[in-house]
Design a protein around this ligand. Sequence first.
Ligand code: KG4
Ligand code: ZN
Length: 332
Amino acid sequence: MVLLAIESSCDETSAAVMVNGELKSNIISTQLIHTEWGGVVPELASREHQKAIIPVVQEALQKANINKNDLNAIAFTRGPGLLGALLVGTSFAKALALSLNIPLIEVNHMQAHVLAHFIEDPKPTFPFLCLTVSGGHTQLVWVTSPLQMEVIGETQDDAVGEAFDKTAKLIGLPYPGGPLIDKLAKEGNPDKFPFSLGEMPGLNFSFSGIKTAILYFLQKETQKNPNFIEENKADICASVQKTLIDMLLRKVKKAMKEKQCNQIAIAGGVSANSGLRTRLQELGAELGWEVFIPAFQYCTDNAGMIAMAGHFKYEAGEFTDQDVAPLARYSL
Ligand code: KG4
Ligand code: ZN
């Protein structure tokens, strides 16, 4: 079964080819245009997807050594994401499927982040817990089978990726700031500036309080010393990163206990964070968990994960009609 997958939910245009569940190519074109605006501009994202989609799909087919006439199905991200951006991938997938007379498979982007764990070994066994952390979501997902998953805790306001990106903006780093905070944090002291973890009942998260706390802290310190941020950049990054990781791991521990589970996976863009990866490994070693961390290229947005989800849906016979429309909001 030869499957083409397309991802266009935010600022990555990506296409992948999967043959019988094995990933043959995964081409990712990241839009650089947003850096100068300090965040993703939806209309610009749509236009960039339009420019990139044909060359990206062609490259994915070429790299996999597949002719478009060999394709058996096309999977695409239906949502959640930016509507205009999703529309480009959705329309392209629909048109190509129609012209080749092959089935279409719609994929939920958040489900695909979790299923990225099945692209390569080692793979978790069911059931397991997945912490999905991205620029738009922060979720604890209880996964009972490839296509059955339930959100058992999530953020009530900002996503953790937003907390990384907004902190980066406050200290003068370009968008997306998450990877830059990660890099600077390696040279800083994580205990230099302690921040409160806040209170949030149950398995839910909240990141708006910490964002405000960081803003006030920086304003106060900069009033005393105008060079405060420049002189303490690495320590600020390390301290903020540690706090955000503490907030995540506190709920992971609670959920693992409630579910009496010993397999934890992380997914989404923020799972590329080296601090989170290390701390989760350490916690897992201490508490006897098996920890699953995807390779970097499958953490941030990519069509490989859409192909993996599409493969499971193909096996389950879950296809969609030509009248399918993208969804900006799409729960699991
Ligand atoms: O999953 P993703 O690529 O896109 C969404 O679906 O949102 O996640 C993007 C988010 C951004 O907030 C970015 O700053 C964050 O993931 N991110 C990181 C790292 N790499 C990407 N955050 C912290 N440390 C990283 N190394
Ligand atoms: Zn994503």
